[in-house]
Design a binder for this molecule. Structure first.
Ligand code: CDP
Ligand code: CDP
Length: 209
């Protein structure tokens, strides 16, 4: 049983993915962390975003067991992630490990931008989670400001709109709702209502409640 959750920045896809994984007892991979890890290394090493061979080597040598989720969830790293994510050679270097994770015996939950379209088009359950840019920016502002990042509501909204635009318009695996994905627009839902919808969708698709 593969569960694919996609959606734009701060839509709550990770929240839904973690809840489904816990409910069904499945392993979960936040694929955004892979791109964030590559982006963080590019910043740390002062590499040029145009140096495709160096960035592809970084992606190919990524140690997935050593990802520090907390350190990677910053605004600048999100921006760097979406810049490296435009590069087909970087995406290619990360495909096999995501596909292997999805196809492990028993199943898995993955969240990202291209899980239902590219990584696991065969997924049993596909959900596309979204919300208005303003709602998403308010959620991300609360997270980043609580962590002490110097952000304003407007700067977070600007960053989200820019990242949405880049993620949707790139040629390689753009952010798209798969034709067979079920949409959850949680602009006016709280986290618990959003999770309840996802559980109902998964139950309908799998026959498992
Ligand atoms: O949590 P948030 O939605 O802000 O970002 P994320 O899921 O951690 O993803 C960071 C960036 O990685 C995104 O803006 C995408 O450009 C890229 N990404 C991707 O291209 N494909 C994925 N499957 C996951 C993330
Ligand atoms: O993974 P993604 O970047 O899409 O978002 P997230 O990390 O799951 O969550 C974004 C934030 O929105 C978290 O603080 C959630 O508690 C909150 N939230 C939500 O996930 N769903 C709602 N319907 C409302 C708020």
């Amino acid at each position: 049983m593969i569960i694919a959750i996609d959606g734009p920045a701060a839509s709550g896809k990770g929240t839904v993915a973690r809840a489904l994984a816990a409910h069904f007892g499945l392993p979960h991979l936040d694929t955004g962390l892979l791109y964030r890890a590559v982006g963080a290394e590019v910043l740390a090493r002062g590499l040029d975003f145009a140096d495709v061979p160096a960035l592809a080597r970084l992606a190919a040598s990524l140690d997935v067991s050593a990802l520090d989720a907390e350190a990677l969830r910053t605004g600048p790293v999100g921006e760097a992630a979406s810049r490296v994510a435009e590069i087909p050679e970087v995406r290619q270097a990360l495909v096999d490990l995501q596909r292997d994770f999805a196809r492990q015996p028993g199943g898995a939950v993955l969240d990202g931008r291209d899980i239902g379209t590219v990584i696991a088009p065969e997924a049993t359950v596909k959900i596309f989670v979204t919300a208005s840019p303003e709602a998403r920016a308010a959620r991300r502002f609360a997270e980043l400001s609580a962590r002490g990042e110097a952000v304003t509501p407007q700067s977070v909204l600007d960053d989200i709109l820019k990242r949405d635009q880049r993620d949707s318009s790139r040629a390689a695996a753009p952010l798209r709702q798969a034709p067979d994905a079920v949409l959850i627009d949680n602009t006016h839902l709280d986290k618990h209502e959003s999770i309840a919808r996802a559980l109902a969708i998964a139950a309908a698709r799998t026959g498992r409640s």
